[in-house]
Write a protein that binds this ligand. Structure first.
Ligand code: NHR
Ligand code: GAR
Length: 225
């Protein structure tokens, strides 16, 4: 058990919008300090929440930069001020170039609102409904150069209801995002994510039939601790 006052590892959370995943990360009381929340959008509600929590914030507005490289250079500077162990994308909406990804190799996580590799990119719920899929969900993965294609850590599958619209389906998925992301970050901090041959194994994941690991409304795998 860490001694009181012992320095906890720092994480930086990158946001663009509402910030409900940020709220879930804060609520989880993870064994880390959220050293900063950084947004590319000045108006992001996530920033207001971070300020309320006394978390340092920064805005790196991509609109003010001549190139993606210049934007990413400033973003890297702002992130690295906090020397984070881990950088977490929580509804962050700008694609990173290979140089940025290389700088944070192995310490950059994203949550994506689909069962990857289905529906990479944007408007995932709309596309899933248009295709008539019966199962949808969300994925936490490491970020690599290839968009939404890095090693998968954990996924939650939810049913698509006959009368679903985009709002109803996205809310059902979002509720699971809020369970997955804190768990994935915790596993990372506990050094329980092993990468071999492009696949992640969660060390000491709960046994499938352990009581309490099933949920009524989603299949989450690996099971949460
Ligand atoms: N960068 C890399 N290199 N790899 C990934 O896997 C990334 C990434 C950056 C962000 C999140 C992602 C998602 O979960 C993410 C994963 C933005 C777009 C996008 O098209 C697509 C996917 C994701 C994030 N963004 C537009 C762009 O030109 C801008 C859209 C906007 O600003 O609203 O960057 O889905
Ligand atoms: C979440 O559903 C997240 O998975 C998604 O945006 C939402 C952010 O919500 N991310 C992407 O689509 C990334 N391109 P939040 O701001 O309330 O956490």
């Amino acid at each position: 058990m860490p001694l009181p006052g012992a320095a906890l590892p720092a994480i930086v959370v990158l946001v663009s919008g509402r910030g409900t995943n940020l709220r879930a990360l804060v609520a989880a009381e993870l064994p880390c300090r959220i050293a900063a929340v950084i947004s590319n959008r000045p108006e992001a509600a996530a920033l207001a929440f971070a300020r309320e929590q006394g978390i340092a914030t920064a805005i790196v507005d991509h609109v003010g930069f001549a190139s993606r490289a210049a934007f990413e250079h400033e973003l890297t500077t702002q992130i690295d001020l906090h020397t984070p162990t881990l950088v977490v994308l929580a509804g962050f909406m700008r694609i990173f170039s290979p140089g940025f990804v290389a700088h944070y190799a192995g310490r950059l996580l994203n949550i994506h609102p689909s069962l990857l590799p289905a529906y990479p990119g944007l408007h995932t719920h709309r596309r899933a409904l248009a295709d008539g899929v019966r199962v949808h969900g969300c994925t936490v993965h490491f970020v690599t150069d290839a968009l939404d294609s890095g090693p998968i850590i954990v996924q939650a599958a939810v049913p698509v209801h006959d009368d679903d619209n985009e709002d109803a389906l996205s809310a059902r998925v979002l509720a699971q995002e809020h369970r997955l992301y804190p768990q994935a970050v915790r596993w990372y901090l506990e050094r329980r994510l092993d990468l071999a041959e492009g696949r992640i194994r969660v060390v000491d994941a709960p046994h499938p039939r352990r009581p309490g690991t099933r949920t009524a409304d989603a299949l989450i795998w690996p099971a949460l601790d």
